[in-house]
Design a protein around this ligand. Structure first.
Ligand code: PAF
Length: 282
């Protein structure tokens, strides 16, 4: 696997592969990679001939009181993991390669309608930061196909909508969430948890399953959501939201709407803010 931080080198390699008729698959990441990320590389391989991954901790998607400075940067082990998992090229740019006028003065890509609810309400500006950096990365890598994890479901919808709106000729492949044995969704931020908190965090997935089962048992949506919050609070988590939403756009379903929904949770535990979700259709 080749690693480049320079845009000219990246472009030259991509151009060579395109000339040879290769289909390019792209997996954007912020590094600190775990098996969940490697599964994205695996999925990309089944849709493309050459795989490019990026490692870039994107300053514009972090709020002023969030963990940008302390976000784990583990480039050496990320390189080893990507190489072992069949990645062909790692793009690991510096901040000024992506933001030549500085992050604050950057052109912004906004995806209205979906970016201001749920995580967007709790993390103002987060999805504009994500949409902006992903647009820049797509523009540099020129992928044919790209893989995004379903754990960050709202992010996936933001990117799908952005790609459709900008008419980018890029296939977006959603990837299933990988879980620890207690159900905890794999995430780079899990490493903020103590071993005891990591065990306790399994309540999130069990609560999502309870929400799905409650809905199927005929409970009202408000009852399902109230019970879910209580289950999280009883386990010592601080829920930000525990809701049932329309999977297509994350808007509130009508009172009698029960198909095509998704249960979503965001909750704080210790130093970590954890998110997860589960489709409720069986
Ligand atoms: O999901 C992530 O790791 C990031 O939000 C992404 C898509 C790499 C953009 O920085």
């Amino acid at each position: 696997m080749r690693t480049v931080s320079d845009i000219a080198q990246l472009r030259a390699q991509i151009a060579e592969w395109h000339r040879a008729g290769a289909r390019i698959g792209f997996v954007p990441t912020m590094g600190n990679l775990h098996p969940g990320h490697f599964s994205l590389v695996d999925i990309a391989r089944s849709h493309a001939d050459r795989i490019v991954a990026s490692v870039f901790v994107n300053p514009t998607q972090f709020g002023p009181r969030e963990d940008f400075a302390s976000y784990p940067r583990t480039l050496e082990s990320d390189c080893a993991g990507l190489a072992a998992n069949g990645c062909d090229l790692l793009f690991a740019p510096a901040v000024d390669a992506i933001y030549p006028f500085g992050p604050q003065a950057s052109v912004k890509v906004e995806v209205p309608g979906i970016s201001d609810i749920l995580d967007g309400a709790s993390r103002p500006g987060h999805f504009a930061g994500v949409a902006t950096v992903v647009t820049k990365l797509f523009n540099l890598v020129q992928p044919d196909t790209t893989v995004f994890g379903q754990k960050d479901y709202q992010q996936l919808l933001v990117i799908q909508r952005m790609v459709r709106d900008l008419r980018l000729p890029i296939e977006i492949v959603p990837a299933p969430t990988l879980r620890e044995t207690n159900g905890l969704a794999m995430s780079s931020r899990n490493q903020y948890l103590t071993p005891e908190e990591r065990e306790r965090a399994g309540i999130i997935y069990r609560t999502l399953q309870g929400m799905r089962d409650g809905l199927h048992a005929g409970q009202a949506r408000s009852e399902v959501e109230t019970r879910a919050r209580a289950a999280l609070e009883n386990a010592g988590l601080a829920p930000d939201y525990a809701v049932l939403r329309r999977a297509s756009d994350l808007h509130e379903p009508a009172a009698n709407e029960r198909d095509g929904l998704i249960a979503l949770i965001a909750a704080k535990l210790g130093r970590a803010r954890l998110i997860d979700n589960l489709f409720t259709d069986m």
